[in-house]
Design a protein around this ligand. Sequence first.
Ligand SMILES: [Fe+2]
Ligand SMILES: [Fe+2]
Length: 470
Amino acid sequence: MTSPQPLATELLSAMYGAVRSIQLYPSENEVVKRGLREVKEQADLILKHEGGLSVWIAGNYMFVNDLQVRLDLHDYATLAALREVFRRHGVGRMEAAPRAGADDWQAFLMAIAEDPSPGQPPLEALEAELQSRGVAHISVGPPSPMFEGGEGERAVEAARRTYARSVKVARDTMEGLVLGKAIGARRAERAVLAVVDQVLQEPATMLGMLTLRDFDDHSYVHSVNVSILSVALGDYLGLNREQLFELGFAALFHDIGKVLIPPSVLNKQGWLNDEEWRLVSQHPDFGLLMMFNVEGFEVLPYRAMLAVYEHHMKPDLSGYPRVIRRRRQGLLARIIALTEAYDAAISNYSKQFLPCSPDEAIRQLREAESGAYDRILTRAFVNMMGIFPVATLVILDSGEMGVVVAPNPNPKALNRPVVRIIATAEGERVGEGPIRDLTERDPDTGQYRRSIARSTDPARYGIKVSDHVA
Ligand SMILES: [Fe+2]
Ligand SMILES: [Fe+2]
């Protein structure tokens, strides 16, 4: 039996696909017919297994029957768009009876594909419309007051909590090691697992956390950011949960060796002298040794330890520690090298460089000299993040301003992410504005409705991008 999660996702994507084709083509068009058939088939599969079918919207989440549909980066655009369609009509819940036939589905989807008719509350208008179209076995209802406005915030809250907890664990562990305290592995393991699960559930929300600048503890924030980015990339590459855990663990402690380096050297303004550089470049060696001081591992996380040792080695082995014999920098270390370069570029950890915008950081990685990063992983990372990563503040050619909330799932449209509009063309702030998919075209002209003109600096506009992501 197919597991319920893909069924639910398939149904919702089929529904959105059908709505889009109804909006674009006349109803007798083959694309429309195929779209409707697909919805009916998916719905029937679920109805057959579960005897009923309801779709719920709860804040930013969607549920099919009791199952929360996992909004991953791939489906984000589709599902967010379908959610918007429902919301526009004031629909929080839709139910289909087992007897719902092709006619019911066609009439229902046609009704919601249209703009709500003005003059009366949208849900009432839709209900009247469904009745006049003779829809007998599909019904709609308002959002449950229990959910309204809550779940989305709760997702962000949960992500923030996980984030804050991980920063604390990273700090306690590293500070403890400096003081020579016995450090238990358990707490760190739990924190890493929380990051893994949060990234698996809500990658976009978790990646949005990278823009939080509420913590001023640079090295710990960096550790947690690298952990989040690495786990997200690992998931994108298809690593399993156990591998993601190892990766997240290695990432959280990749710079642990820096605790042995005097802050006066680490935070020095200006260039390091030879002696200072020799010290700094030993942090992977120190890190490996310190991992042995963590107590309570059931099995020594040797792959993570190796990654700590190798994270500055570079694929062409031109980095450090220098190696005499030919070897291969491991996968985890290659991932961490990439994600930590990205995080360092967008952050103001270093006194020597100004932070750059996420799209600039992506550009730097793409244009890095060969041998610096693994080429294939770099491409995967760019595909995952998009040319304009989550939380980039962008100005659109429509004059609107928006914050990127998800990359485009199509690797051919990396420069057309999903954007939340936060200011109109007239410059009026709209806060939680509508979500727009930049691959949307005007059906009359075939032109894209909106494109990114350029990215811009949130600080210039006093905007906190993390408020708008998720
Ligand atoms: Fe490092
Ligand atoms: Fe680092």
